[in-house]
Design a protein. Sequence first.
Length: 121
Amino acid sequence: MNYNYAIKYLEFEGKKDFVYFAFEEETGILTNFFTGEVVNFHKTILEQIEQVLSKKKRHVECSGNECYWNIGLKETLIVDNFANEGEPSEITVETFELKRLIDEWVAARDKFKKQKTKGEI
């Protein structure tokens, strides 16, 4: 599956203050996962993925602020704990692809921080 996203910014007092990935509607649960979990726990999630990919663990289950995730060797299930009734509440993502997306988010966040520090944003 293709996980297309746009890099967006939240503004505070007219200045860009926060960078996030806005995924397309059919994969919108990923937007919630990234803004609610990856932002706060990206290092932990990447460590969990690495434990599974390196076969140190068969799978890792965890729950955060908004989502629950179950990382398996091939696929990761992400459940939005607060999805509105009648809306999709879960998505399955290839684990290696999820790692790639998180790595891309970390790079985008680091670039944003660097630009903000230099006054470019």
